[in-house]
Design a protein around this ligand. Structure first.
Ligand code: SF4
Ligand code: SF4
Ligand code: SF4
Length: 291
């Protein structure tokens, strides 16, 4: 039997990132933190390999574990706001903080390997969105609103303008209490606004239509090594269960029938389509980043 080396690659990648960040930030704690994240991801991949039928449950456990660790254990505890405006606040003050480090790693480096995998396996806001999705019927949202790049980039531009204005007026970087208000306020806004959008516009509507992180990491994820890949396209009977299962409204079936890997910038590698396919047509797999 061929041994699955993916879990060890995952651990190695996170350890390597942790070592680089620890040297750059002169703090060994970063090494331990990334080793722990890698350990959780590795365990998740190994357990999924052993119990493939439980893959979505295992993914949700991983998402919750990493999401809670990053938000409660790191963000709240150290008062580091990882949301997008903080990067502008820090830039205006000439500071490099955890917000920029997290952004570069999760949104610029890792997407070359695992695409938008952060969104299905580590984002703390996604923990709430996924819980809210549990009560929605499969396929209920297929007629929901599709992404508008104009809207997504407009939202990103509006956030930048807002953050620049705030940074000139009262930059939270210099005030611990203001930073905490921004940290809690922004995350509350995303959750409450995101749940409202879910209710009106379908599953993961905030992620699908607005999130600035996905807007940016989507530019990179198109070139990721790991993508959802048709491994048995001849078995496809056009049942469209893959499309119905996708929270990001990606046309998976079309890609399978055209024998293409999923190149959609919105794919978050949640593997719901993989699990939904009754004929084993799909798999997450490494391949040519350009295809
Ligand atoms: S799209 Fe944004 S809010 Fe949604 S999971 Fe990704 S980072 Fe989190
Ligand atoms: S295409 Fe598949 S892996 Fe990508 S978001 Fe849709 S269901 Fe998830
Ligand atoms: S679920 Fe599988 S068989 Fe059905 S359309 Fe999708 S790829 Fe084809």
């Amino acid at each position: 039997m061929r041994k699955n080396r993916l879990p060890f690659y995952v651990l190695f990648i996170f350890i390597a990132i942790g070592a680089i960040v620890a040297v750059f930030r002169e703090n060994n704690w970063y090494f331990l933190m990334f080793a722990m994240i890698g350990g959780i991801c590795m365990t998740s991949v190994m357990v999924t390999d052993r119990y493939p039928r439980l893959s979505q449950t295992i993914r949700l456990v991983q998402l919750s574990a990493l999401g809670i660790f990053l938000f409660a254990g790191l963000s709240l505890r150290l008062n580091v706001n990882f949301q997008f405006p903080q990067i502008i606040f820090d830039s205006a003050a000439g500071i490099v903080s955890g917000a920029l480090v997290q952004f570069l790693i999760a949104r610029a480096v890792v997407p070359f390997i695992f695409g938008n995998g952060f969104c299905s396996r580590a984002c703390w806001d996604a923990v709430i969105f996924e819980l809210a999705d549990q009560g929605r019927k499969r396929g209920q949202d297929r007629s929901g609103k599709k992404r508008s790049e104009f809207l997504a980039w407009g939202y990103l531009a509006a956030l930048i303008v807002l953050a620049v204005i705030v940074s000139q007026w009262h930059n939270p970087v210099y005030d611990d209490m203001a930073r905490r208000y921004w940290l809690i306020g922004e995350n509350l806004w995303i959750v409450v606004f995101g749940l409202g959008m879910t209710n009106l516009l379908g599953r993961r509507a905030y992620c699908r239509l607005l999130c600035p992180f996905l807007t940016l990491s989507g530019l990179v994820s198109r070139f990721s090594i790991f993508k959802i890949t048709p491994v048995n396209p001849d078995a496809c009977n056009a049942c469209s269960l893959c499309n119905l299962s996708c929270p990001m409204m990606v046309n998976v079936m079309e890609a399978v029938r055209n024998r293409h890997r999923i190149q959609n910038r919105q794919c978050i590698l949640c593997e719901r389509c993989v699990d939904a396919c009754p004929n084993g047509c799909l798999k997450i797999a490494a391949g040519n980043p350009l295809r």
